[in-house]
Structures are given as C-alpha cells and as structure tokens.
Write a protein that binds this ligand. Structure first.
Ligand code: ATP
Length: 908
C-alpha cells in the first residue's frame, strides 16, 4: 500500500486523501513506532553520496586533458612504429595517471561530503501528537512536519496548513523570487514550479510558516531526481584551479608547437624521422606539468579538512583560497565575540534600581534594592510588571536536569525568565494568572516582542493585558507613560530612561526595556494597536561575558593585517564596551572609537557612507540591508570582506561578501545556505583559525608550483638543446614520464601536507590580484632549471666521453634529475627559511616520500626488467658520486640564493 503511494501526484489530492494514502494523522502525525518501521523500509532521508552516472563521468573526466590526448596520440604512433614497449609504457602512464586522479578526486569529494554531516539540517516533526526536533535524515514519508521562516525544507511535503508561507525555490527551479504557497488542490498536470500546495526538499522558507505531510524522502524527492540526472557537479573547481587549467591549455599549445618545430628542424637537418618523433614526444611529455591540477585540488582538500578539524566548515571550495586574502572581518557580537550566556544583573525602574545576584541559569538568587535590602513584590509594582514581561512575553523555558539548570530557547529571554524566577515569579504561576492569547514574535527588524494575555487577577474579568519587551529605543517610542513603584502612571521621562540605559550599556551590559498595556480589549495584537499606548515598566540589564579566546583572536587578526569590525543589532554603548573589552578598539583614534548606529548610517550620503564604512570599527543597531551596503562599501575600498550572519535577511549580505560566514549554532538554514563557511561553534576564534589555514593552503600551492616547474622547463630544454646540437637525447620520453610521475607522487605530494610556516599570521594578507609566482620565485625557478639543464647535460656528456654506454649515461642523467628535485624539495618546504631552520622531521611524509623515491630509483637502475622497459642500465659507484656532487652544488646554489634574498630583504 505505502509503496503504491510513491510517485503519486500528491498536488492533485486533497489533504484527506494524502493522509489516507500515507496512513497518517494530519493532526497527530505518525506514531514513533510506525516512524521507526518506515525508516527501515524507506531508508534515511538523504541523497546517495554519488550516483553511478557520477562515477562513470568522473572516470571519463580523468582522460579529458590536453596532455592525455597528446600521450594517447604518442602511444598510437609509437605502436604504429612497432615500438611496443614504449607504447605500453605510455599507455600505462595514462592509466596510472587516471587512477591517481580518480582516487584523489573521490577522496576530496568524500571529504566535502563528510563536512555536510557536520552541519546537519534539523527538522521539526510532530509524532504521537507532540512536536520535536530531529535531524532531517530521520524523516519518513507520512511524517507531519512544521516549517518556519529560515528553515530548509527537509523533504518533499504536501502542505496542509500555511501562514503567509514564502519559499525560495531557486535550488530547484532557478527562479530567484520567493513563491507564495497555499493549500488548494491543483490539476495533476501542474508542473513542479507551479505546485503551490507542495514544498520541495532543499528549498528555503524565507517568510511565514506552515505544516504538511512528507510524501517523498531521500532519492525519491525532486531534488534526488535532479541529483540522479546531473551526477556529481564540478564542486572541486575554484578560480585558482580554473586559472591553472587555462594556463595548462595555453602551455600545451606552446609546447606542441615547439615539439612540432623540433621535429621539423631535425628532419630538415637530415635526422631520422623516427628519432625526431621520439624527441618531439619527449619534449611534449616533459614540459607539461601534469601533476599540477591534482596537486592543487589535493592541497585545497587537505586545507578543507584541516579547517573542519578546527570547527570551520567550508561549504564552497573557493572560500579556502579567498580566506588567505581576507582584509576585513565583520563579526556580529552576540555569540561570536561573546558567549551568548546572559544573566540579568540589574533591573531599573522609574523609581528604583535593583541588583540581581546568583549565577548561570539557576533561579537561586535574590533581588536587592539600593540599600542592599531584599525587595517584596507587593510594594514594587513597576518591578513586578517588568519581571512579569520577562517571564510571560517569552518563548524560553527554564529546565532542570540532575540539579543543573539550563534554558531551551533564546539566551536573552532565558536570562529574563531566570530573573523573574529569582523574585518568585515562575512560569507555572504566570501561565495560570496570565494565560497567553496572542503573540507578536521577536524579529531583528522590529527589535521587540509582544504578547497578549487574559488577566485572571484583574478587577474586571476578561480584561486583557499586553506585555512587551525589546530594544530600549523601540519600546520607548511606543510608550506614553511610565509606571511608578506605587502603581501610578506618570508622563514618560525620555531623558532619564535613556540616561539610565546608556549608563548600563557603558558597562557592557545588554539592556532591554519592558512595557505593559493594561486593559487591552482588542483581540488583534499589531504594531498599530500598541503604538502610543504602552507604559514603560523598567529596564533589564544583562551580562554576556566576552569569549575567552576572542581577545587573542582579534589581536592575531590585527597582527595579520586584517581589520576586525563589529556589526551588531545591539545598543551602541553595549557594543562599544564589548568591543573595547576584546581589544577591537586598541589603537583606535577618537573618531574610530565613536562607532556608528543604523539610524546615523541612513542619514549619510553614499560617499559619506563609503567613507564611514572604512573608518568605523563598531556598527550598532544595524539592519540586514545595511549589512549588505556595508559589504559593498568595503569592497569599493578594495577590501576582501568576510561577514558573519545568521538570519534569513542576512542572506544577501552573506552572498555578496567575499566570504559569507554563517553560525552553526542557532543560525537559520537560509543563512547557512548562502554562506561559504559555517562556524560550528559560532566562535570568532574559529574564524581566525580558518584564515590561518587559508594562508597555509595558498603557501603550499605556491610551493608545489615553484618545485615542479623547473623539472618541466629543464626537461624540455635538454631535449631542445640535444636536437639543436644534433646530439643524442640525454633522456628518453619514457624516462621523462618516469621522472614526472614518480616524483609528483612520492616527492610533490609531501608539499601538500606541509605544516604552516611560523609567523604566517604576522604578514599582510595576500593581494588577490598578485600573481601566484612573485619575481623572486620566478628567478629561483629559472635558476634551478638552468642548474638541471647544465648538470644533466654535463654528466651525460662526461659519462659518454669516458666510455659509458648510452643507456648508462641516460640512467645517470635521470638519477641526477630526481636527486636535484629531492634536494630542491627540501628547500621548497619554506619559501624563505633555510633547510636547517625548517627541520627535516617537521613533516613526517618527507622521509617516507624520499625513501620510496630512492627505492624506485634503485629499481629503475638495477632491475633488469626495468632496464628493458625504460632503456636504463646499472651505473657505477663513481657515477653516483658525480651525481651526489652535482646535487650538492645545486643545493648550495639554491641555499645561497635564498640566504641572499633573506638578508637583503627581497620580498618573495
Ligand atoms: P548581534 O547582531 O551581535 O547578534 P543582537 O543579538 O543584539 O546582536 P538582534 O538579535 O538583532 O542582535 O537583536 C537586536 C536587539 O533586539 C537586541 O539588542 C535587543 O535589544 C532586542 N532583542 C533581542 N532579542 C530579543 C527578544 N528575544 N525579545 C525582545 N527583544 C529582543
């Protein structure tokens, strides 16, 4: 029966029919037992990691490189010339190359997949009539799910109830405008994009809410269908890899032209066509840096997993590169620079000021007046109504487990619930005396929350009362009076209230105002019915301690030439005090210290705004639209901007920022979806760690390129020189393939695991426009190329001149190439520090890689089978000594070059 329901056009059925079909109750949902059974029957609600189509495509992609085409052509022609061994070697290399590429790529993909599970999507499901949060994996068809603004739709759902639900379906349909939904039954022929009574897995709720029955999970969803068709996407591409791919293409063309020219020149000079063809292939094969694309991808993947270990989850690979260039980090305050663990310390009312003691969320503690005496609620009417607002106008719940107190919900609200409980006002008492009848939820735009209650203790039964809490400015703007402790209302004294709020904020406390509207008859609670009718009852000031690691991380960013700015929805005074505490205002001028509020920002002209964005360090009471403008203004100054955010409306700013950073804890799915990176623990220090890793990744890519290019250049030049000089080839094509393939894997990969250089956070951010290779590095690459050409040429000629066979002389040249590459590898492990400073053992892969390479070289030189395949021959101890001597000279020259540049301060 249930299987039959699969694939039905649910949009054409009524809610009742869908519920019957899936044997579920649209009010109470499934039973827990039934849900568990269905989970075994239908499997978890997730997409299969990779489809077969994806795997086949990925294997084929390994052969889709210009170099591989060249090699395949070479293999075909050598076979036609009856050089079967050569042909087989070339084909073997093509296969090995494809296999290595495939394995590495799969590993990188798997690493990215693993990251996804670190930020699991949560879903709210009703089972046995009770609402609970589960990971979206656990959903089954027939489940009743509820959706609210900011959620990612966890499965394909037939809606049964909605309130102004709007969904961004761009992931599915490409349509970027959110679409409105309703519950009507639609014709079965309605296309997916018009099915207003359905929401689909992977789309995002941008406004409103709703509930519905899950009708498809995992691979059965529309998203699953797309996934099956498309296979694995090109997630591993980044601007850098694309640039390198472009570079490789141009290089291949240049090299092919050179190779053709070599062939032509040789033949014209009367050399045998077969020999010249071999030379041309050797040149082509040698000069193309085949290990480069793979090395870059691997380095990026290694970076991603290092960041994940430090609790920063990369969602888009290019972010790894961009992190290294970040020049400004815009961080929010609550939860990122502070702990987001609030405790009310002071309650202020128009007639008094009360200190609250106790710690954490434990309701043990007391309220004392200015003289230190306990206060009774009976003679403090304003205080009582302020605390009541905190206890009743809230969605937070105080919990106790094994004597440990905690809260479920927003910490700001939790702190106010606890403060009320300390005065004996408990949730159960509030529910009895002031049952709630309507709610206006908190939103970052409105900055306050209001609730409507029936006052069962009022003189006139049925009297309503509205309670409000929120940002001081917002609440005060709607008040006409303020409440005295004697219960009498007085005219609102704005200056006194603002003065008190400012003074509390200056101490770094987060201040919320509370208000009441007695005798509220209206049944609908709206901003209009509240405006101008409220009576302010008090202010509650809470402490949110700065994170212990925040100050260190801010200082580290500073030292690294990265500016840190705070962008918060909180009061300017509180924001500035916290900013000062974490060192964000260190060294700031008086102007920079002042900070800017959202209201002030709206009054600025475009030019003034751009200017202020650069100068200001603390932005308070900022709206999400202003965050977007700030990103744009900073980018106009040439900054590479990282910006944090967690709400639905932060998504545009996160997308626009060079690095959008979402919060793992409490952040909406919409924000995570728009972000390039998610901070699992919301901690600012994690951001700093990610920047550090990003810099390390870039360094390692540069090191690999600096290491690999001289070999390619030298191989090409040696062949070119031999043809031009009419001499025998010092290295054969198959030998070149051997060098390139084995060293790239055994030696080159070592660099991708190289630990970060000390002092990596003491240099300025990398200019994104700066070329990958600086002048100093290009010089070094050319120097090493020259050493390789001169060394191998000299050795080959010397060996031949002293009676060695051609095979043995070539073997000597091949071993020399590898030896110089190995010694140069030691140098490349740091772009500036000397070999001795780096230490041989700081990268454990090094010893393993070099050992494997040595074994390989010995096999190539002495194993008869290898001799036959690669045209090599055993060499004598004398020859090894000569190889060692040339290698030592090459090593010394590179060390001197590095030393001189260090000494004379040439930049790398
Ligand atoms: P940040 O942007 O650094 O996270 P924030 O938490 O203060 O700071 P918002 O959540 O946008 O930013 O809150 C803005 C203001 O709204 C707060 O300063 C506070 O005055 C008020 N506020 C916050 N939470 C609530 C709530 N649950 N109910 C009522 N008012 C609230």
């Amino acid at each position: 029966m249930l299987e039959l329901a699969n694939g039905t056009a649910h949009h054409g059925l009524s809610v009742h029919e869908v519920a019957l079909l899936w044997e579920t109750d649209p009010g109470r949902g499934l039973s827990t037992g039934e849900a568990a059974q269905r989970l075994t029957r239908f499997g978890p609600n997730r997409l299969p990691a990779t489809t077969t189509a994806g795997v086949v495509r990925r294997i084929l992609r390994q052969f889709h490189h210009p170099l591989i085409y060249v090699l395949l052509a070479a293999a075909a022609i050598t076979a036609a010339l009856s050089e079967y061994v050569d042909s087989a070697v070339i084909l073997g290399v093509v296969l090995v190359n494809a296999a290595v590429g495939f394995i590495q790529e799969s590993k990188a993909e798997a690493a990215l997949d693993a990251l996804r599970s670190m930020v699991q999507t949560q879903a709210t499901v009703v089972r046995d009539g009770r609402s609970r949060t589960v990971t979206s994996d656990e959903l089954v068809p027939g489940d009743l799910v509820t959706l609210e603004s900011g959620d990612k739709v966890p499965a394909d759902v037939r809606l049964i109830r909605i309130t102004e639900l709007r969904v961004d379906e761009s992931a599915l349909t490409g349509e970027s405008m959110p679409v409105a939904k309703d519950e009507v039954v639609l014709p079965t022929t309605t296309p997916v994009s018009d099915r207003r009574n359905m929401v689909y897995s992977g789309t995002l709720v941008t406004a409103g809410g709703g509930a519905g029955i899950v009708v498809a999970t995992g691979a059965e969803t529309e998203l699953g269908e797309i996934h099956r068709l498309v296979g694995a996407s090109e997630r591993l591409a980044t601007p850098l890899t694309r640039k390198l791919a472009e570079f490789s293409k141009i290089l291949t063309v240049v090299i092919l032209v050179l190779a053709a020219a070599t062939f032509g020149v040789g033949v014209l000079r009367g050399e045998a066509a077969v020999d010249m063809f071999t030379a041309a292939i050797a040149l082509a094969v040698g000069a193309i840096p085949e290990g480069l694309p793979a090395a870059v991808t691997i380095t990026l993947a290694v970076g991603v997993s290092r960041m994940a270990r430090r609790r920063a989850v990369i969602r888009r690979l290019p972010a790894v590169e961009t992190l290294g260039s970040t020049t400004v980090v815009c961080s929010d305050k609550t939860g990122t620079l502070t702990e987001n663990q609030m405790t009310v310390r002071t309650v202020w009312t128009p007639d008094g000021r009360y200190d609250v003691d106790g710690s954490g969320y434990s309701p043990e503690g007391t309220l004392r007046d200015a003289r230190g005496a306990d206060v009774s609620m009976d003679d403090h009417v304003a205080l009582r109504w302020s605390l009541l607002a905190g206890a009743a106008c809230t969605d937070a719940v105080l919990t106790e487990e094994d004597g440990r107190w905690g809260i479920v919900g927003d910490p700001t609200e939790g702190a106010m619930v606890v403060a009320a409980a300390k005065a004996g006002i408990t949730a159960s008492e509030v529910a009895r005396s002031l049952p709630r009848t309507a709610t206006m939820p908190f939103s970052s735009e409105r900055r306050y929350m209001a609730t409507l209650h029936r006052d069962t203790t009022a003189s006139r039964p049925g009297d309503g009362v509205a309670l409000v809490k929120g940002a001081v400015e917002q609440v005060m703007a709607q008040c006409l009076g303020m409440l005295g402790e004697d219960g009498r209302t007085r005219p609102l004294d704005r200056d006194t209230i603002m003065g008190a709020a400012d003074e509390l904020a200056r101490q770094g406390l987060r201040v919320l105002a509370t208000a009441v509207r007695p005798s509220f008859e209206s049944a609908d609670l709206t901003a209009n019915t509240l405006r101008g009718n409220l009576i302010l009852t008090g202010l509650q000031a809470m402490l949110d301690p700065p994170r212990t690691a925040a100050a260190g991380a801010v200082a580290a960013c500073r030292a690294a030439g990265i500016e840190v700015k705070m962008i918060t929805g909180d009061h300017l005074g509180t924001a500035t005090a916290v900013a000062d505490h974490v060192g964000l205002l260190d060294g700031a001028s008086d102007v920079e210290r002042m900070g800017l509020t959202g209201a002030e920002m709206s009054a600025l002209s475009a030019a003034e705004f751009t200017d202020a964005a650069e100068r200001t360090r603390v932005f308070a009471r900022v709206s999400p639209e202003q965050k977007l403008r700030l990103v744009e203004a900073l980018q106009a100054h040439g900054h590479v901007v990282a910006m944090t955010g967690d709400g639905v409306n932060d998504a545009p700013a996160l997308r626009r920022a060079d690095i959008g950073v979402a919060m793992g804890r409490g952040g909406t799915e919409v924000a995570k979806d728009a972000a390039d990176m998610v901070l699992v623990d919301n901690d600012f220090a994690t951001m700093e760690a990610a920047v550090e890793e990003g810099r390390g990744v870039f360094d390692n890519i540069t090191k690999f390129i600096a290491w690999t290019l001289p070999t390619n250049i030298a191989e090409g030049l040696v062949i070119l020189a031999a043809v031009v000089a009419g001499a025998a080839l010092p290295i054969l094509p198959t030998q070149i393939l051997w060098i390139n393939m084995t060293t790239a894997v055994a030696l080159g990969l070592v660099l991708t695991f190289e630990p970060k250089e000390p002092g990596i956070m003491n240099r300025p951010p990398r200019d994104p426009d700066q070329p990958l290779l600086t002048r100093a590095l290009v010089t070094r690459i050319l120097l090493v190329s020259a050493l390789l050409v001169a060394g191998s040429w000299w050795l080959f000629e010397w060996e031949v001149a002293h009676g060695a066979e051609l095979e043995a002389a070539r073997t000597a040249a091949v071993n020399l190439f590898v030896a110089v590459e190995a010694i140069y590898l030691l140098s490349c492990r740091s772009l500036t520090r000397s070999i001795w400073r780096i230490g041989l053992f700081s990268n454990p892969w090094l010893i393993a890689g070099v050992t494997i390479q040595i074994i390989g070289q010995l096999a190539l030189t002495y194993l008869p089978a290898m001799n036959t395949i690669f045209g090599t021959a055993p060499i004598t101890a004398d020859t090894w000594l000569r190889i060692a001597a040339v290698t030592a000279i090459a090593g010394a020259v590179v060390a001197v070059d590095k030393g001189l540049r260090r000494k004379y301060g040439a930049t790398e």
